[in-house]
Design a protein around this ligand. Structure first.
Ligand code: DOR
Length: 453
C-alpha cells in the first residue's frame, strides 16, 4: 500500500484490524485505547469510531510492542534433528515473540554471504515471525566482515571467545583485534576465556553440578575485560551476550559508552546448586547458571539499567543428547517460547515492572540494533504486538513446547502471566495457544541505511 493510500484509509477510519479495550504500553506510559491497523502498520491509537474487518477483543489484557528475541539458535541448516526455523519460529510465536536474531553456529557455520542467503531463503519460506541472522567472526572470513555485516538480513557479527557448541571460535587477542577492526556495527560477544576453560576442564569430575566451577565466574570476567580493552582500542561497539556474573555486571556499568548488555531469563530464574540437583544436565548452559549471589548481581543490573536486553539463548539439544554423561552432554536449553511467560511471572512477583520488561524485550532491541518500525506502540510503526494476560495462571508443560527438542527446563512450573495473542505485521498469528497463520515472517530492516531485498 502506498503512503497516500494509507492516508486515505486512515481518513476513512477503516482498519484491517482493530484491537479493542487493551491497556497499551506506549512510550508515554500505560494508556487505555483502541488500536487501528492498516496494511500492517499502526494507523491510530485511540480509534473509538473506527470500523474494521477484524476485531480483537482485548478487555483486561495488556498490549506490548512485539517481543524480539535477539539470541536464538535455530540449528538450520545442518542440525535440524535438534531444531529448525519452522519449529523454532512457531515456538517464538506461541510464546508471544514476534521476531528473532539467529546465531551462526549451524552447519555449515554462517561465515559467508551464501550461507546467510541460504538461511534467509529458508526463513522466507518457513519463518512464522520476523528474522535476521548473525554472521560468525572468525579467521576464515577475516577481511570480509565489513562487507558481510552490511548484507540485508544480517543482524551483525557474532564472536565466540570461548568454545561452546560447534567450531566457531576466536580465541587470541590478535585475531579479536582484527575482527573488531573489520567493520563498524555492534559486535555480539560470547565472553568466556578459552585458555582458562581448557585449563579447568579437569574440574568437571563427571558431575554437572561442577559446570559453574569449570566455566567459572573468572573465565567470564577475564574474557569480558579483554574484549572491552580491545574494543576501546578499536573504537568498536560491543554487545555482551548472556552476562552471568555479578562481577561482570558491575564492571560493564563503567563501559556503557562502549557496550550494551544482555542477560537471560534462565540466569535470572534458575539457581545453582538447586537447578543441577533438580534438572541435571537440562540446566547445563554456557555460560553456566550460577549461584544466588551472581543472580542477585544480575537482578541489580535489571534494576539499575545496566542490562539493556533479555535474550533467550534458545539452544535446543535432544533429550538423548542431553542425557549423555556430563561433560559429554551438550550445553544448551530451549528458551524462545518461555522467555515471556517466565519474565511475566517475575513481573507478577514484583521483581521488575511491565514497562521495564517492554524496554528489555522490545524497545531496546529496536533502539540498539536500529530496527526500522519496531519497538514502540506508536502511529506509523509496524503492527507487531504481544497481547498478554498479567493475571492468567498457567503451568508450563513440555507438551506446549514447539521446539523439535520437545522439552523445557520449566516443565511443571506454575506461572502468573501468559501471552494470549501474537500479532505479526497486522495478522493475528497466535491466539489462545494456537497458531493461526502460515509462515508470514519478514526480514528485519536495519535503519542504518541497509535495505532488504
Ligand atoms: O549453552 C550454550 N549452548 N551456549 C552457547 O553459547 C551456545 C549454545 C548452543 O549453540 O548449543
Amino acid at each position: 500500500m502506498t503512503p497516500n493510500e494509507f492516508l486515505q484509509r486512515t481518513a476513512l477510519q477503516q482498519a484491517d484490524l482493530l484491537i479493542k479495550d487493551a491497556t497499551l504500553l506506549t512510550p508515554a506510559g500505560e494508556q487505555q485505547a483502541d488500536v487501528a491497523v492498516i496494511a500492517g502498520r499502526i494507523a491510530a491509537l485511540g480509534a473509538a469510531n473506527w470500523q474494521a474487518d477484524k476485531v480483537l477483543d482485548a478487555k483486561g489484557l495488556h498490549l506490548l510492542p512485539g517481543v524480539i528475541d535477539t539470541q536464538v539458535h535455530f540449528r538450520e541448516p545442518g542440525l535440524t534433528h535438534k531444531e529448525d526455523i519452522a519449529h523454532g519460529s512457531k515456538g517464538a510465536v506461541l510464546g508471544g515473540v514476534t521476531g528473532f536474531f539467529e546465531m551462526p553456529n549451524t552447519n555449515p557455520l554462517t561465515l559467508s554471504a551464501s550461507c546467510l542467503q541460504e538461511k534467509l531463503t529458508i526463513a522466507a519460506k518457513h519463518s512464522y515471525c520476523h528474522y535476521a541472522f548473525y554472521i560468525g567472526g572468525s579467521a576464515a572470513n577475516l577481511g570480509q566482515l565489513a562487507t558481510l555485516e552490511q548484507l540485508p538480513g544480517c543482524a551483525g557479527i557474532k564472536v565466540f571467545m570461548g568454545s561452546s557448541f560447534g567450531d566457531l571460535l576466536a580465541e587470541q587477542d590478535e585475531l579479536l583485534l582484527k575482527i573488531l577492526q573489520d567493520g563498524r556495527r555492534r559486535v555480539a560477544i560470547h565472553a568466556e576465556d578459552e585458555a582458562r576453560l581448557r585449563q579447568r576442564k579437569t574440574l568437571t569430575g563427571g558431575d554437572v553440578a561442577n559446570h559453574p566451577l569449570w566455566r567459572d565466574a573468572k573465565s567470564a570476567l577475564l574474557a569480558t575485560r579483554r574484549i572491552i580493552a580491545l574494543a576501546e582500542q578499536t573504537d568498536r561497539p560491543l554487545h555482551i551476550l548472556h552476562v552471568s556474573t555479578a562481577e561482570e555486571m558491575a564492571y560493564l556499568a563503567a563501559f556503557k559508552h562502549r557496550v550494551t548488555v544482555e542477560t537471560t531469563p534462565h540466569h535470572l530464574t534458575l539457581v545453582a546448586p538447586d537447578c543441577y540437583q533438580r534438572l541435571g544436565s537440562l540446566a547445563q548452559m554456557n555460560p553456566p547458571v550460577r549461584d544466588a549471589l551472581h543472580q542477585q548481581g544480575l537482578w541489580q543490573g535489571i534494576a539499575d539499567g545496566t542490562v539493556d536486553i533479555l535474550g533467550s539463548d534458545h539452544a535446543p539439544h535432544t533429550l538423548a543428547e542431553k542425557n549423555q554423561a556430563y561433560p559429554d552432554s551438550p550445553s544448551g536449553m530451549t528458551g524462545v517460547q518461555t522467555l515471556l511467560p517466565v519474565m511475566l511471572n517475575h513481573v507478577a512477583k514484583g521483581r521488575l515492572s511491565l514497562q521495564r520488561l517492554v524496554d528489555l524485550t522490545s524497545s531496546s532491541p529496536a533502539r540498539i540494533f536500529g530496527l526500522t518500525g519496531k519497538g514502540r506502540l506508536a502511529v506509523g510503526y509496524d503492527a507487531d504486538f504481544t497481547l498478554v494476560d498479567l493475571k492468567a495462571q498457567r503451568q508450563i508443560d513440555n507438551s506446549w513446547i514447539a521446539s523439535k527438542a520437545g522439552w523445557t527446563p520449566y516443565h511443571g512450573e506454575q506461572v502468573t502471566g501468559w501471552p494470549i495473542a501474537t500479532v505479526i505485521g497486522g495478522q493475528v498469528a497466535m491466539q489462545h495457544d494456537e497458531i493461526l497463520t502460515g509462515p508470514i515472517g519478514k526480514p528485519f530492516l536495519f535503519a542504518d541505511g541497509l535495505v532488504n531485498t
